[in-house]
Design a protein around this ligand. Structure first.
Ligand code: ATP
Ligand code: MG
Length: 683
């Protein structure tokens, strides 16, 4: 048996030697696949079991050596085509010309639903884990088909046409999935806006996408609290001239005012035929657009294609998590986030799987919620964010140990770097040391997981995203754009090539797409993140490039400093930013949240912890990295997907209180005022 470590440690030199054919090469375009000869109706999901085996290495190599054959075979096997494609890929990265499976015709809702009717009509497609625990609802593929068709017919009557953009402002519930798939059935592009946004945040996204319709609910429910969603839509739509009709689904059933452009979706669906024809779409037609989290600036309306995205979401779902038919897969997060799209809806449904839609929060009705749900629904793969893991870690192991978690096989993390302490807790306390942990790095822009171990992979390290998925060439560049080859290198992470799942544009802002991702390093897709490849060839994400600190000439990523601070037993979470310093260039400014039960605002207790933290960093990383300032607060500013917004913390550290910037995507804007108050006291 080969050891994965041995194999992997050789990879950088292998990838270094690879010459990726220039995408513009005529040879590549001319390399037409014999696709015209097939018309696949194969609905099986039996991917070979590559997770963690030496097979990974050979599949990876094939995917790099000959991407067209690799993805072409996968597309033939896993997508249901109305018409086969003619050209597997044509990619001119510098112009943002990315096309996969040109000439192919298909429909996403047919691929996610109709495709399964023959083999698994009565299998569970969705389990809706409502905000109220213990009242889950199960939807079979057969039910899903009928609901999607009824909704598609309703939308058609309401005037939705191919290529219209439909905004969804809905809680995580089956109707949101019906709506996504109903749009796809009609060839309309969906744009899901997270249900926590204010009327202004929603209006900005509707206007930027020029949506014609909004689908919403009467009211949402989260952690027992009622959210007046229809009311928010009314306020938003008043500022959105493009909206023709608002369709309202039932969630609480409480009466809400209905105006002249409002339609009762449930009533309309009842009177609609449960069959609807599906528009025949081209591979490259847009399936959806989705705004990024806004961690680093104004959100971008990232647009994804149909065929390439579906294929990439299904392949990554299957391989990274080792999803097997009959498994129950749960993403504990919101559908309004790319992870909800790729691993709450499209990946699992493409694979004929069962996906849990989790409407609640990790703390409702108590800190055992995740674990009670795992036990009750017998969840096999659990996917969530480091911020949720850190929150639950703080509450103590008793909450986890109360429940039977023996169904769990793979535990995934996404959204931010997971610090080793949280990783170890996830592995040992939640996974009891017998589950695979997959720390998955990717972005809204990449459509699916790009760097992650595969389930069963033994050659992993706490905190490392580890290795690329099939077809991904992660390149580490120096500031001049030179590729840093070999191991033990650190720089900016860029992706050489654009695989099938990559974003195609920023909706109606292609120039911004080029400026943001493709012009910084010609020939590469620039991620905005920093990364290092360690001595064993494992990839670590070091944080956002904008967040990298330069202290007395030492460059240091936020992830490393934060991991060290978080390892303090009384620290729950932290965020580090740089502050201008005349002598050092930058000094380290740390924001810290203490463990439950540790008193914030108790100056003596805080001072002890701060002294301790400074000592630890000096000892473990070096005196240069010692924070000059530390603020303890019970909360840090976060996006709706739980990411810490360091750009706000940077402004607070700099004392630039009036230049905080766009905080519309902030989940907890109140905490900014507290931080400013504490910061002012330092002057
Ligand atoms: P915006 O692009 O608007 O600033 P955002 O980047 O937070 O928002 P997303 O696309 O949801 O929006 O997040 C992708 C980013 O999240 C990555 O670029 C990376 O910084 C971070 N990230 C995601 N997963 C991981 C991970 N496993 N390890 C480290 N960082 C991660
Ligand atoms: Mg981003």
């Amino acid at each position: 048996m080969f050891s994965m470590r041995v194999l992997w440690s050789r990879l950088p030199s292998v990838t270094g030697a690879l010459t990726v054919r220039p995408p513009s090469s005529l040879a590549r375009i001319a390399q037409r696949v014999s696709a015209t000869t097939f018309h696949s109706r194969d609905t099986s999901i039996d991917y070979p079991d590559a997770g963690g085996s030496p097979e990974y290495k050979s599949m990876y190599q094939r995917s790099i050596d000959d991407p067209d054959t690799f993805w072409g075979l996968a597309a033939k096997k896993h997508l249901l085509w109305e018409r086969p494609y003619d050209i597997t890929s044509s990619v001119f990265l510098e112009e943002g010309f990315i096309s996969w499976f040109h000439g192919g015709k298909l429909n996403a809702s047919v691929n996610c639903v109709d495709k399964h009717i023959k083999l698994r009509a009565n299998a569970t497609a969705l389990i809706w884990e409502k905000d109220e625990p213990g009242q889950e609802e199960r939807i079979t593929y057969h039910m899903l088909l009928s609901k999607v068709c009824r909704m598609a017919n309703t939308l058609r009557r309401a005037g939705v046409r191919k290529y219209d953009v439909v905004t969804l402002y809905m809680p995580t519930m089956p109707e949101a999935v019906y709506a996504m798939l109903a749009c796809a059935r009609l060839g309309a592009t969906h744009s899901v806006v997270f249900a926590g946004f204010s009327a202004d945040g929603l209006a900005a996204r509707i206007n930027s996408s020029n949506s014609t319709h909004v689908i919403t609910v009467d009211e949402g429910v989260r952690a027992g609290k009622i959210l007046p969603m229809k009311k928010t839509v009314d306020e938003a739509v008043a500022k959105c001239p493009s909206i023709k009709q608002v369709l309202v689904c039932k969630r609480t059933g409480n009466p809400v005012p209905m105006g002249p452009i409002d339609l009762d979706m449930n009533l309309e669906m009842k009177n609609s035929r449960p069959y609807s024809t599906a528009e025949v779409m081209s591979s490259e037609d847009l399936l959806f657009l989705l705004y990024t989290s806004g961690s680093t600036g104004a959100p971008k309306g990232i647009a994804h294609s149909t065929a390439g995205y579906l294929l990439y979401a299904s392949m990554t779902h299957k391989y990274v998590f080792d999803y097997k038919e009959g498994d129950v897969f749960a993403f504990f997060g919101d559908l309004g986030w790319i992870t909800g799209h790729s691993y709450g809806v499209y990946g699992p449904l493409m694979n004929g799987g069962t996906s849990v839609l989790f409407e609640s929060t990790p703390a409702y009705p108590d800190y055992g919620r995740f674990w009670e749900t795992v036990e009750r629904l017998k969840i096999n793969q659990l996917y969530t964010s480091p911020t949720a893991i850190r929150l639950l870690l703080q509450q103590g192991d008793e909450w986890v140990n109360k429940y039977d978690l023996s169904s769990l096989k793979t535990l995934g993390s996404v959204g931010e770097a997971i610090n080793p302490e949280a990783y170890n807790w996830y592995r040992d306390v939640v996974g009891k040391g017998r589950c695979s942990i997959v720390d998955t790095w990717w972005q809204t822009e990449t459509g699916g997981i790009m760097i992650s171990p595969l389930a069963h992979d033994k050659d992993t390290k706490a905190g490392a995203a580890t290795r690329p998925f099939f077809g991904v060439i992660p390149s580490i560049l120096d500031p001049n754009g030179n590729e840093l080859e070999g191991n033990d290198v650190e720089g900016v992470l860029a992706i050489k090539t654009a695989g099938p799942g990559m974003a195609r544009t920023i909706y109606r802002q292609h120039e911004r797409f080029l400026e943001t991702y493709l012009k910084p390093f010609p020939g590469y897709f620039y991620t905005g993140d920093g990364a290092k490849r360690d001595k064993d060839g494992h990839i670590w994400i070091t944080g956002r490039v904008d967040d990298v600190l330069n202290v007395s000439g030492h460059r240091i990523g936020t992830a490393e400093l934060e991991a060290e601070i978080n390892s303090h037993p009384l620290v729950a979470e932290s965020a580090v930013v740089g502050r201008h310093d005349d002598i050092k260039g930058q000094s380290v400014f740390a924001y810290v949240t203490l463990m439950q039960g540790t008193k914030h605002n108790d100056p003596a207790a805080e001072a002890d912890i701060v002294t301790d933290l400074k000592k630890r960093i000096s000892a473990k990383i070096g005196g240069f990295a010692r924070p000059d300032n530390v603020i303890c607060n019970n909360d840090l500013p976060k996006t709706n997907s739980g990411k810490i917004m360091r750009r706000i913390l940077r402004k607070v550290a700099a004392g630039e209180y009036t230049e905080i910037g766009d905080i519309s995507t902030l989940n907890n804007p109140d905490c900014v005022a507290n931080l400013i108050e504490k910061r002012k006291k330092m002057d």
